[in-house]
Design a protein around this ligand. Structure first.
Ligand code: FAQ
Length: 311
């Protein structure tokens, strides 16, 4: 298909489906983003899994287990969406994309390379990490690739439960003892900047944005989404009685937005290079799981082959 015709098609808000003709770089861009997104969901299970055995009550444990299972489901929808783009030249099957991640060749969200040091971090992940994810994914519900856009609708519904359970954990801590409130504050101090970095580099340093916007994969820029997240989240922090750790944060009457300080971009790029506090641990955990659970996959394949033979 001629490029201009394709651009007109997606820019007129039409959806592209798996068997449609599409430019190679559109296919590549989607495989890159959808598979990174899928890896984020499945690696993102690890920081929270760290607290399942230490959740402070049965109710909290059940909610946390349900949330983490949802994330596995999100990974599955996304790997399935990515696989629809496999065309023989661009590899998008689940094994290839997953193995690229295990080999350290494919990215996943920087945020999951931070450790969860206290129970309050589980609250902060729900509130801030799922909150930032929703802000980004609501935009992606309108992206031009049908399977990805449809996966986002269901994911967003589930993420909003995640966000609420996180905020509710922090509300409980902030209404508790002085020590509990301090634990919540320390957690906000640790997760605030990494959560803002989830939106990616500033627009003028984002190499993929322009193409992605043209193809209607991204509908809003990294900076626009980050600003919206800050604008809705700061009042939520105030409601909790917590202080956002940014001395430059200030409401701007003129723009009707919060002004905020420079993000620690050196840290962001170090995490992307694999040098974040938990990068190595995350990949080792996933590699170990693949090794130890290989027999389950082999058994399932053998069983499916047996059923096929019996037909
Ligand atoms: N971390 O040119 P841009 C969740 C990379 S889901 C790591 O601006 P783009 C749910 C980027 O890939 C969270 N890498 O890139 C949950 C690119 O590298 P490449 C995940 C990052 O794609 C909650 C390079 O930097 N959500 O949390 C990051 O136009 C709780 C240049 O950047 C998604 O993946 C980063 N933060 O915009 C699960 C949403 N930012 O590929 C469990 C879908 C940028 O050229 C528990 N993705 N990079 O080598 C997107 O919307 C976009 O990919 C962006 C980045 C906005 C993340």
């Amino acid at each position: 298909m001629e490029l201009q015709k394709f651009l007109d098609y997606v820019q007129a808000e039409n959806k592209v489906e798996p068997k449609d003709m599409m430019p190679e770089d559109y296919r590549k861009l989607l495989v890159r983003q959808i598979s990174q997104h899928a890896h984020s969901e499945v690696v993102g299970m690890l920081p929270e899994a760290n607290w399942i055995s230490r959740a402070p009550s049965l109710r909290r444990k059940m909610a946390l287990l349900a949330k983490i299972q949802d994330e596995a489901g999100h990974g599955l929808y996304l790997y399935a969406a990515s696989e629809t783009l496999n065309d023989g030249t661009i590899r998008a099957d689940r094994d290839s994309t997953y193995n690229d991640m295990l080999a350290g060749k494919a990215k996943y969200s920087s945020i999951f390379n931070y450790p969860t040091l206290s129970w309050a971090d589980i609250g902060a992940i729900g509130w801030l990490v799922d909150g930032a994810a929703i802000m980004n994914q609501v935009m992606l519900m309108g992206n031009s690739y049908g399977p990805y856009a449809r996966a986002m609708v269901r994911i967003c519904k589930e993420e909003s439960f995640h966000q609420r359970q996180g905020y509710e954990i922090l509300m409980t801590l902030c209404r508790g003892t002085k020590e509990q409130k301090e634990m919540a504050q320390q957690s906000l101090n640790r997760f605030w900047w990494p959560a803002l970095m989830m939106f990616g580099p500033n627009d003028d340093a984002s190499p993929n944005s322009q193409k992605s916007m043209n193809y209607r994969v991204k509908r809003e820029s990294n900076d626009a989404l980050r600003q919206r997240f800050i604008d809705v989240t700061v009042p939520q922090a105030e409601f909790l009685g917590l202080k956002v750790p940014d001395k430059n944060l200030k409401w701007n009457e003129e723009t009707q937005h919060y002004d905020f300080g420079e993000l620690p971009w050196d840290e962001f790029y170090e995490v992307l290079k694999g040098n974040g506090p938990a990068n190595k641990k995350r990949l080792e955990t996933k590699r170990k799981a693949q090794r130890e659970n290989a027999w389950v996959k082999e058994a399932a394949i053998a069983f499916a082959e047996k059923l096929e033979l019996e037909k």
